[in-house]
Design a protein around this ligand. Structure first.
Ligand code: PLP
Length: 388
């Protein structure tokens, strides 16, 4: 029997203090469920912050990690490696057009740092345009792009030359982007900012303005990528092709991984201009191969689209008194509440459902893409009960 209060006290005394924690200690997971140390089961509609697209401990991923752990775990990119080559080939097969150059790293923020450097290297410029209400990570470069004041305020030195413009405002973006701009960085659906989709017209206008000015269009697909929105990538809803995309979360099947992907037409970057000790190690590559190939073979991208639409219909039809609006695409869903989200999260957890906030008043659901309609029905019923 695990002593929960001793466990909480150890984490609280030695952890950074940077995280607001729920009083729940998770011990194991299988499929869409996780269990706490006392054996209580929860349906994980957070996917561990958008990571577990295949749910927890999917056998394909577990087997790939186990086999690779006994074969070769580390192999720096200064050597070639069979798993890494296979991953490049697999990622290239799901990417549209010539989005087939990759830099592999270890997290979403690191992918955005890489995307910024690559945009600057490819253009020889320094200006960056990002969107208000955006979230791109917490390292210094990524935080310079992030809008939310809560994350920015305690720190003072930012990358110079970053402008924030109102999201989905085409004229503001046109005015801000010029021949000095290296990159425009935008989320296909703002996740942390409250599940706000970019309109197709907005992304198309960004593409057009970037073409006019020779600017790199960077799509942050860290939360929206790998089927989450019912397409492999969120930008595909708008029928555009970015120059660079940043990837993270679901790509590694739960192991830490990020990636920058850019158009082959732009060519490789200069030797030694970027690097990472752990990036592209065979262990995470094996997990990523298993993850991406299973998303593909189970048809989870189409399932996310269909099940997500069905789920949103259920919520719309329920006429929830506690919700003003339901937003999102596929299985990236936001409910704008009439009040604070924290008590709603608590009430859902009491009913065995783990969900996420996105700001103070948005309830965010990012369930595993393997979730069934029956399981989604359980989530909808709990939400109905709490928000009726
Ligand atoms: N970009 C987006 C859109 C995100 O949602 C996140 C994380 O939530 C990040 C970047 C940062 O990723 P990480 O926490 O892996 O650094």
């Amino acid at each position: 029997m695990i002593d929960t209060s001793a466990l909480f006290s150890l984490e609280d005394s030695h952890g950074s203090g940077a995280y607001g924690k729920r009083p729940t200690a998770l011990a194991r997971g299988a499929g869409v469920y996780v269990w706490d140390v006392d054996g209580n089961r929860y349906l994980d509609a957070t996917s561990g912050q958008g990571v577990a697209a295949l749910g927890h401990c999917h056998p394909a991923v577990t087997e790939a990690i186990t086999a690779q752990a006994g074969t070769l775990v580390t192999a720096h990119e200064s050597f070639y490696n069979d798993r890494r080559a296979e991953l490049y080939s697999m990622l290239s097969s799901i990417m549209p057009a010539d989005l087939t150059r990759f830099f592999l790293c270890n997290s979403g923020a690191e992918a955005n740092e890489g995307a910024l450097k690559i945009a600057k290297l490819l253009t020889g410029r320094s200006g960056i345009v990002a969107a208000k209400r955006s979230f791109h990570g917490r390292t210094t470069g990524a935080l310079s792009l992030t809008w939310t004041q809560k994350y920015r305020k305690p720190f003072q030195e930012w990358l110079p030359d970053v402008q924030h413009v109102t999201f989905n405002d085409i004229e503001a973006a046109r005015a801000a982007i010029d021949e000095h701009t290296a990159a425009v960085v935008v989320e296909a659906i703002q996740g942390e900012g409250g599940v706000h989709p970019a309109s197709a017209a907005y992304l198309q206008a960004l593409r057009q303005r970037c073409d006019q000015t020779g600017t790199m269009l960077v799509l942050d697909e860290i939360q929206t990528g790998f089927g989450r929105t019912g397409r492999w990538f969120g930008f595909q809803h708008a029928g555009i092709l970015p120059d660079i995309i940043s990837l993270g979360k679901a790509i590694g099947g739960g192991l830490p991984m990020g990636a920058v992907c850019w158009r082959a037409a732009h060519g490789p970057i200069a030797r030694a201009s970027h690097g990472s000790t752990f990036g592209g190690n065979p262990l995470v590559c094996a997990a990523a191969i298993a993850t991406v190939s299973t998303i593909n073979s189970l048809g989870l991208v189409a399932k996310a689209r269909e099940n997500g639409a069905w789920f949103r219909e259920q919520l719309q039809a329920a006429n929830l008194r506690g919700a003003r609006e339901i937003r999102g695409e596929g299985l990236m869903i936001g409910l704008e509440l009439r009040g604070r989200v924290t008590p709603v999260l608590k009430a859902l957890q009491e009913r065995g459902i783990l969900a996420l906030p996105a700001g103070l008043t948005t309830l965010r659901l990012l369930p595993p893409l393997i979730i069934t309609r029956e399981q989604l029905g359980t989530v909808a019923a709990a939400i109905r009960e709490v928000l009726a």
